[in-house]
Ligand binder design. Structure first.
Ligand code: HBI
Ligand code: FE
Length: 278
């Protein structure tokens, strides 16, 4: 990872605490990074009103963090009273079990470093813009916040059951790339989309991808691609539906899933309820 950024903390795991957290060290952000943040924010925030779910739009407007890279402390002073979640600073991707343990305890890991200008439109790893712009607003929504905790608890358990692949698919197709039906039509709540300029209009407007009614086991059967726009999106009706789907113990689901074939990212099956664009 060295050489891809001027930011000293990108991928630097040498100073992590036992739980992989670091200090945000706000003074390290350069003027160029602050300027890049403003450009990223400006581009995404104009796309949000037409494509994001209303919960996201409202909280983004209220938080108003477009003027510069946010201070985690300042956001935590608002977030903790709202939903008892806390942002923690991390150097980048975490081992699955560490990541799940944070979520299970209502701590959301946010990468401290910002992408380079060359990565303006596409970045593989989660940086502070993806983690913050994409994920933080919905942590203020009580039902979504509860879903994410339940997900983390499920992850800790899945780790012991050798079922992480299934659970990673659930995260991918909901938290990162989920769609939701709203009175204004299909919208997204997924952080991977919300932090992408190309996929925001694509996910709700392009006829090409499949849009399939969310069904828990169907989602966990489905592989995904990390380097293209998604070929299938799963559509929920509400965050409550998502939370309730994750309430049961998944152990019997994993047993069932092991008897089923893995579906490719673009595949549809007879039982799918497809949603067509109006
Ligand atoms: N670490 N920092 C960070 N952010 C993630 O989104 C993340 C992670 N580690 C593991 C991980 N995601 C996943 O395996 C998810 O699929 C659950
Ligand atoms: Fe993410």
């Amino acid at each position: 990872m060295a050489g891809q950024t001027d930011h000293a903390l990108r991928g630097d795991y040498r100073h992590i605490r036992a739980d992989y957290t670091v200090d945000q060290d706000y003074g390290r952000y350069t003027e160029d990074e602050q300027a890049l943040w403003k450009r990223l924010y400006a581009r995404q925030s104009v796309l949000v009103p037409q494509h994001a779910c209303s919960e996201f739009i409202e909280i983004l407007g209220a938080l108003n963090f477009g003027a510069g890279i946010p201070h985690f402390d300042e956001i935590n002073a608002k977030l903790f009273p709202a939903t008892r979640w806390t942002l923690v600073a991390v150097p980048g991707l975490l081992p699955d079990d560490v990541f799940f343990t944070h979520l299970a305890n209502r701590r959301f890991p946010v990468s401290v470093w910002l992408r380079t200008a060359a990565e303006f439109s596409y970045i593989v790893e989660p940086d502070i813009f993806h983690d913050f712009f994409g994920h933080v607003p919905l942590l203020f929504n009580p039902t979504f916040a509860d879903y994410l905790e339940a997900y983390g608890k499920g992850g800790v358990k899945a780790h012991g059951l050798n079922a992480l692949d299934y659970l990673a698919r659930l995260y991918w197709y909901t938290v990162e790339f989920g769609l939701i039906e709203t009175p204004k039509g299909l919208r997204t709540y997924g952080a991977g989309i919300l932090s992408s300029a190309g996929e925001l209009p694509y996910c709700v407007g392009d006829p090409k991808p499949n849009r399939i009614r969310f069904e828990l086991l169907r989602v966990m059967q489905s592989s995904y691609k990390i380097d293209t726009f998604q070929e299938s999106y799963f559509v929920i009706e509400s965050f409550k539906e998502l939370f309730e789907a994750t309430a049961p113990d998944f152990t019997p689901y994993y047993a069932e899933l092991r008897t089923r074939p893995t579906l490719t990212a673009n595949q549809t099956i007879e039982s799918d309820r497809l949603i067509l664009l109006q």
